[in-house]
Write a protein that binds this ligand. Sequence first.
Ligand code: ARG
Length: 752
Amino acid sequence: MKKITYFLTAILISVGFQLKAHEGMWIPMLLQQNFAEMQRMGLKLTPEQIYSVNHSSLKDAVAGLSNSPHPQGFFCTSEIVSNQGLLFTNHHCGFASVQAHSSVKHDYLKDGFWAMSKKEELPNKGLTASILVRMADVTDSIIPHLSDTMSQQQRSAIVQPIISRLKKANSENGKYNVVIKPFFEGNKYYMLVYIVYRDVRLVGAPPSSIGKFGGDTDNWMWPRQTGDFTIFRIYTAPDGSPATYSIKNIPLKPKYHLPISLNGIKPGDFAMVWGFPGSTNRYMTAPELEFRMEHYFPPLIKAFGKKLEVWKKHMDANPDVKIKYASNYAMIANSWKYFIGQMRGVKKQHVVARKAAFDKRFAQWVSESPKRQAKYGEALKDITSAFSAESKTIEPLIYASITGAQGAELLGFAQKFSGLQGMLKQAKETKDKALKAKKMERVKKMAAAMSAKLQKKYKNYDMATDRAVFAAMTKMYFEKVPESLHPAYLDKMAKKFKDNFTAFANYVFEKSHFSTEAKARAFLANPTLKEINKDPAFILAQAYMAKLMAASSSYRAAAGKLAKGKRLFMEGIMQMEPNKVFYPDANSTLRYSYGKVEGYYPRDAVHYLFQTHLYGVMQKENPKNPEFIVPKKLKELYEKKDYGPYGQDGKQDVDFITTNDITGGNSGSPVINGKGELIGLAFDGNWEAMSGDIAYIPKLQRTIIVDIRYVLFIIDKYAGDTRLIDEMTIHKAVPQPDHVEAATTTAAAPAK
Ligand code: ARG
C-alpha cells in the first residue's frame, strides 16, 4: 500500500485492542520480541542474519523510496535483488517516474518500459533510496528532561536542541541522514541512521495492463491478478559513495541482496514483510474515531470525488491529458477509495463500539487508584474535548483547503509568485534610488530563476482541464464553506457572474498571467507589482491562504492538549497491561511484520483462496474496459503455457495473500520466506479489512502480494529482459510433493 499524504495529514491525529497473533509492525532492533514465535512459524534465519549492525544482514537489502529534499518521507519500499543494485518495488510506486518519462509518442504507462542495457536505464531527478544503517533507543537522552506539567511548547523547546545534538553527533559529518522520531505518542524516542542514495534509475516497468491490471475497480480488493512491480537500480559515485546522477556513476555494490525463491508458496507458509509503513492509529480512542467518521471523511470524500470526476472526463477525452494527470489521478483515486473503504469497514466491524469498550476499561482502571487518577485522569477527557472542539471546525477547513488553495493548479502556480510580489512591493516602497535599483536587480534575478523552472512546473498541466476543475472547486467552496471564510473577492465575483462558476473560471483563466506557461514566461520577463496585484488568480490564491490560516488557528491551539492527552493515554494503557508487548504505530520507520499464507472468509458461505493465477487474468479480460485489457503477448504466452521455470503444474501463479500486518508505505515491501528468500512484493490491503489502520482484525486482514515468480515471468518471457534475470540470485524450485494438495485447502476459520 502506498503512503497516502496530502495537505491535511498534519491534522490527522492518532489506540487498543488485545494483541492477536500476526498483528503489529515491529521494530527491527527488537527482533527478540517475536523471534521465538517466528521460529515456531517457520523462520530458519538467525537474528544476526536479519538485523545486524556489524555484519551485512537482511535489513541492508531494504530501501525506503522518497524524494529529495525529504529523503525520509518514504512513500514506498523497495528491495535490492542483485549485486549490482537492482531494486524491485511496485508498479504504483514507480508510476510517477514512469509517467514523467512518458509522452503520447512514448507512452511507457501504456506500453511499459524496458531498458535492455544499463545505458538505457533512465535517471529520475529527486528520487532517493534510503537504507537503515543502524537504530538506537535514545529515550533516556530525552524523556528525563521532560515533565507532565510542561506545555507542548516547553517540551519541544527542550527536545529540539537534544535532537539536533544527537543528529550532529551521529551523522559522521554528513555521511548519514539521522532521524529521531517519537514512538508510542512520545513515550519513547528512537534514532534512525540512514545512508541515502540519490541516483536511482528506471530499469523496467510492465504496461499498466499488467502493472495496474484491474485498475481502480480492483484496487484495495482481493481476489486480484495485478503484476504490480517496477524495477529501478541504485547508482553510486565510482568510489561507492552516494551521489546525484552523473554519467560517471556506477551500479551500487550492496552490502546484501535478497535471493529469490522459485519454490512458490502454500497455505500456512511463514512470511515476513520488511518495509516503511507510514501511519496507523491502532490506539485511537472512540471520540477520535467518531470524529473521523462524522466530520472528517465525508467532506474529503465529496471534495476529492468531484475533482476526480472532472479529471476523468478530460482524461478520457484526450490521450495527452490522460498521461499528464495519470499519476495525480491514481494517487487521489487511491486515497478516495481508501476513505470510503475505511468508513465502511469501521461500520461493518463495529470498531467504534470496540474502541468505546476499551476506553471504558481504561477509565475503570484509572478510577481504581488515586495515583492513577492523578497521572492519567485527564487523558481521555483532554482527547474528548479536543475532538469535540475540532468537530465544529474541521468540515469548513477541509473544504477550504481542498476546494480553495489546493483546488485548481492555477492557484498553486499563482501562490508561488507571492515571494516575487513581496520583493516588488519592497522595491516600490524604497525611496533611496541606489537601493531601489539594487532591489530591482534582485527581482530580476528571482524572475529569471523562476522562469527557468516554468517548463517543469507546467509539464503536467492542461489549461482546459484545470479551468473545469477551478469552476467545480470554486462552486463547492462557495456553497460548502461558511460565509465567514469566503474571500470578499470570491463573493464579489460570484455576484458579478450570477453564480455561474464556469463563466467566472473563463474570466480568471483569460485574465491571469499564470494560466499558461507562455503567459507566465512573458510576465516574468518584465514583472510589475501592478500586474500581479490585479491578477485574479493571485488575488484569490492569497485570499484563500489567509482564510485557511485563520481557520486553522483553533487547531494549532488544541494541538498541545491533544498531544498530552494521547501521550498519557498511551502510557496508561501500557501500564494497564504490563505483560503485553506493545508495538508502536507506524511512523515511516523501518518495521517488520510476520504472518503466514492464508485465505479468508469475506462473508457468509464465501471463501477466498490464498492465490490467483494467470487464467484469472483471462477470466477478467474485457477489451472494452481499459482497466481489464489483456496485452496480446501475455495472451500468447498463456495460450502456449510458456511459463518457463516460473510456472507450476501448467499454471502461472500471479498474486497471493498472507496475514501480515502492513499499511500505506509498505508498498513494494519484500515478502520473505522462512529461509530469507524473496517470494513476493506486498502491494495492497483487502476491502473487508479497510478499517485495518485503526484496528487489525485477524480473521479478515490480509496483505496482497504479487508472486515473485509472476514478476520474473513478465521480465523474462513477456519483456525478454533476460540480462536482469541473469544478475539475480535465483534459487531453483525443489520438488515439493505436498504443494498441489496443500494448495486446495486453507487453514482459515470462518469469519463470524
Ligand atoms: N491500494 C494500493 C496502495 O495504496 C495502490 C494500488 C494502486 N492501484 C490503483 N489501481 N490505483 O498502495
